[in-house]
Design a protein around this ligand. Structure first.
Ligand code: ADP
Ligand code: MG
Length: 359
């Protein structure tokens, strides 16, 4: 376990056009922390991990692992991957097909110069940790996807590395298995903390697993903090959109009234904006749909919308609606209304109806 410090890390790729994959990135990871890197495809998550692992040579900056400088552009330090004490778990499990589970898990110990007895003890102990001790003599082809992923996890942890890197390790699993392995991973980290950087583009994974989460955009970190803080207090529109505030409603303040696309916002007036234009970001899960302005609760605001479509999703209805503004400008909005909560679920939400989108 180790503290990790990344300073002003820069990595670009030549090509057409040239890409700045990691753009002067600064990141401190505490000892025992499970840091989740969240961001859209192409924002530089994998490249950041590869630079940490030594699989990619940065252009400049520095990386310190514990008290060891593993990369420093200015001083010409760049330790090869096998000199960095890092475990890796990838999306493709990358198990050796011709080796048993036991040999696969033991693989990272080869360069660690342990006695055979010590190594085999370590393998068995780690296999037990991820609940695959009964699979040790099988070949990867004889395992399910979830079992293969557990073996990959054991291989990442077996050498007790200073740092474990995860690159979207759950994304190849089906939904139920993904939830299960995610819960196991969380439990494992709680029982036996290790320093981890876990890359994902899945918001719910980030929220569930991270002791902190960092939102990445174009090679930089735009917000970092405990998941709850990032989720509830996004610093900008990009982070807001990425953490589920998917409704974006441009508004205007004119003569003491607020309007969305020229349609009046009723009830409590939103925010403390002085004047002019602003944008509301709203979570579909926090919306109520009511039939009349008079149904708005104290503290609630609402705008008239036309219901475009209603989808039944078991635990909720997904209601797509739109504000119809001046000159037939439309803005589509999404409300996710629980089916089991009668206070939030109007008796009828019909396509074509006019309702109040309350927030
Ligand atoms: P992510 O993992 O967040 O999806 P990547 O780190 O894989 O993003 O990629 C970041 C950017 O760097 C992308 O624009 C990608 O096209 C580019 N990139 C990644 N690897 C290479 C490479 N080997 N050669 C050229 N461009 C690359
Ligand atoms: Mg990637």
């Amino acid at each position: 376990m180790s503290h990790v410090s990344i300073r002003q890390l820069l990595k670009n790729f030549d090509g057409k056009p040239p890409t700045v994959a990691v753009d002067h990135l600064d990141l401190e990871i505490e000892d025992g922390e499970f840091l989740v890197l969240l961001g859209p495809s192409g924002c530089g998550k994998t490249t950041t991990l590869r630079c940490l692992a030594g699989l990619e040579q940065p252009a400049s900056g520095s990386i310190t692992l514990g008290d060891q400088v593993v990369y420093d552009g200015a001083r010409g330090v760049n330790l090869p991957p096998d000199k960095r004490f890092i475990g890796m778990v990838f999306q493709s499990y990358a198990l050796w097909p011709h080796m048993t589970v036991r040999k696969n898990i033991a693989y990272p110990l080869k360069s660690r110069k342990l006695t055979d007895a010590l190594a085999s003890g370590r393998v068995e102990e780690t296999a037990a940790l991820v609940d695959c001790e009964r699979l040790l003599d099988r070949l990867p082809a004889e395992l399910s996807g979830g079992q293969q992923q557990r073996v990959a996890l054991a291989r990442g942890l077996v050498s007790h590395p200073d740092l474990v890197l995860f690159d979207e390790p759950l994304s190849n699993l089906d939904a139920r298995l993904r939830d299960q392995v995610r819960a196991e991973l969380h439990d494992l980290h709680q029982r036996k903390p290790f320093t981890a950087v876990f890359v994902t583009h899945d918001q719910s994974e980030a929220l569930a697993l991270g002791t902190r989460m960092a939102i990445m955009r174009a090679g930089r970190i735009v917000q970092i903090g405990p998941p709850r803080e990032v989720f509830e207090e996004p610093v900008d529109e990009y982070v807001a959109g990425f953490t589920g505030m998917s409704n974006r409603l441009p508004c205007e303040y004119v003569d003491g009234r607020w309007y969305a696309l020229g349609t009046e916002i009723h009830g409590t007036q939103p925010g403390t904006v002085a004047a002019g234009e602003f944008v509301l970001r709203l979570r579909p899960e926090k919306i109520r749909l009511v039939t009349d302005v008079a149904d708005l609760l104290p503290g609630e605001a609402g705008v008239a919308v036309t219901v475009d479509d209603v989808e039944y999703g078991g635990l909720h209805f997904d209601v797509m609606c739109s504000v119809v503004g001046d000159g037939a400008v439309r803005r589509q909005l999404h409300a996710r209304i629980p089916t089991f909560d009668s206070a939030r679920t109007p008796r009828t939400v019909n396509r074509g109806a006019t309702m109040i989108f309350a927030f």
